[in-house]
Design a protein around this ligand. Structure first.
Ligand code: UDX
Ligand code: ADP
Length: 468
């Protein structure tokens, strides 16, 4: 069966994954019309804003949108029209961890995926290749297929593919331009293989063929969870070692450097930190835990759960170190938290370690000044409110102040806590920071970012993750 030549793509979901991914497809495939749709009007308005004030901050993204928008890239809330016109539809909606019901706290909430799938089934009048792009538990494609087949019209067939996205925020555009691999999972039927070829042909416009991997549907779904679990596992392993370093006088940076030289281990993803965040790692591991339990594999579930527990321990340990170092109390003391995003070069705050740290400092009745170069004030209040749902926002605002520069945040503080590795924190005028702080002035580097010796020479008392 000859593969369909894709000329119109619809992407349902204009978030951190769908937006950049499909914008890059549009850029690299000028012969394909790409419609990115979302139910959220303000998000779409931002994607369409004349001054390119896009809803997400991602280095290089504005450039991509500037070149393709209005040419073959369009953003809209008209989901049905985009579905009707497309040959290929990416489902790129959110799949947060369930908050209530069966599997609460572990399983993925597939409500958004299901609603989007039902909409495709109801609206489509011609054959569609439906591509699962959101991170979803294993066998979600099967559920999507059941919904589509049960609701399809005559002469309207659906082929399901799984095409997980491996981009990391902050480097999304370069990851999309030159991916390590593109993974496409399909049923191993003639139709499945043909649909897979259609999507492979889209990527082949800029990705070398040998980097486009075709596997079975369920291997593809599991590979996404597995990749994130393995990456997060490295960080938790290094963070576990950082606790040993702090207790023994070893230096985690040196340990990471030494083990990274082993070509079997490799140097990446061995940076100790105050804990990993982001929308994927914790969610995907908890998915894996839930899946393992459902499959009656309790030892496997416990193994992966420990990766998340180690991450929680790392955050708790760091907050405690701050309190211990500040003479066992931070009540009424002002603490500057530099960084609120879960990593540098993004405005995304999902599962950011900074949220936990600030909550811990609040419960010790400290006064917190927070500064982040990209996260909006509204987002900070939203996250802090969600972290302490029982505390009225007015009370949170009595103890937390949002600052507009690192220098302003550090003024009159007793301690500076680096929570995100923004490059600008490395380059701030630390002499001026020191001059404005109460003494002794403490710095807690949760990201192995600053030159501790240089800061000590200025007069700071510096505490670094993974060093005694
Ligand atoms: C991750 C995966 O890398 C990506 O392939 C997948 O598609 C989505 O999930 P992302 O969450 O955007 O991407 O960022 P990533 O760079 O993986 O960082 C995740 C967290 O780990 C961040 O909080 C980061 O600061 C932390 N991290 C990363 C460390 O603490 N140490 C490291 O060595 C690397
Ligand atoms: P991710 O990081 O996975 O991209 P986001 O939350 O950033 O997740 O983006 C998901 C987007 O999907 C949101 O903008 C949300 O409004 C959108 N969305 C969810 N359900 C639907 C739907 N049924 N139709 C269209 N858009 C949807």
């Amino acid at each position: 069966m000859a593969p369909v030549k894709v000329t119109k793509i619809c992407c349902i979901g204009a978030g951190y994954v769908g937006g950049p991914t499909c914008a890059v497809i549009a850029l690299k495939c000028p012969h394909i019309t790409v419609n990115i749709v979302d139910l959220n009007q303000s998000r779409i308005d931002a994607w369409n804003s004349p001054d390119f004030a896009l809803p997400i901050y991602e280095p290089g993204l504005v450039d991509v949108v500037r070149q393709a928008r209005g040419r073959n890239l369009f953003f809209s809330t008209d989901v049905d029209k985009a579905i009707l016109e497309a040959d290929l539809i990416f489902v790129s909606v959110n799949t947060p961890t369930k908050k209530t019901g069966v599997g609460a706290g572990f399983a993925a909430d597939l409500n958004y995926v299901e609603l989007a799938t039902r909409r495709i089934a109801n609206v489509a009048r011609s054959n569609k290749i439906v591509v699962e792009k959101s991170t979803v538990p294993c066998r979600t494609a099967e559920s999507m297929r059941t919904i589509l087949e049960a609701n399809s019209k005559p002469n309207c067939r659906f082929d399901i593919l799984s095409n997980p996205e491996f981009l990391a925020e902050g480097t999304a555009i370069s990851d999309l331009f030159a991916p390590d691999r593109v993974l496409i999972g399909s049923l191993q039927t003639a139709e499945g293989v043909s649909a897979c070829q259609s999507l492979s042909d889209v990527y082949a416009n800029w990705v070398p063929k040998e980097r486009i991997l075709n596997v079975g549907l369920w291997s593809s779904e599991l590979s996404k969870l597995a990749a994130n679990a393995m990456l997060a596992q490295r960080i938790s392993s290094v963070n576990a070692l950082s606790a040993i370093c702090e207790a023994t006088g070893a230096n985690i940076d040196e340990v990471s450097h030494a083990i990274g030289y082993d070509s079997r281990i490799g140097p990446k993803f061995l940076k100790a930190s105050v804990g990993f965040g982001g929308s994927c790692f914790q969610k995907d591991i908890l998915n894996l835990v839930y899946l393992s339990e459902s499959l009656h594999l309790p030892e496997v579930a416990a193994y992966w759960r420990q990766v998340v527990e180690m991450n929680e321990y790392q955050k708790r340990r760091f907050s405690k170190r701050v309190v211990d170092t500040l003479f066992n109390t931070i009540t009424g003391k002002r603490i500057a938290v530099l960084g609120f995003a879960f990593k540098a070069d993004t405005g995304d705050t999902r599962e950011s370690a900074a949220i936990t740290l600030i909550k811990d400092f609040q419960s010790e009745k400290a006064l917190v000044n927070v500064y982040d170069p990209q996260v909006t004030e509204d987002q900070i209040w939203l996250d802090l409110q969600e972290a302490s749902p029982l505390v009225p926002l007015e009370n949170i605002k009595k103890h937390v102040t949002i600052s507009h520069s690192a220098l302003e945040a550090c003024k009159d503080a007793e301690a500076v806590v680096i929570a995100t590795e923004w490059k600008e924190f490395k380059e701030i005028d630390w002499e001026a920071v020191y001059a404005g702080m109460n003494k002794p002035a403490f710095v807690f580097d949760g990201r192995l970012l600053v030159d501790a010796d240089k800061l000590r020479k200025i007069g700071f008392k510096v505490t670094v993750i993974g060093r005694s």
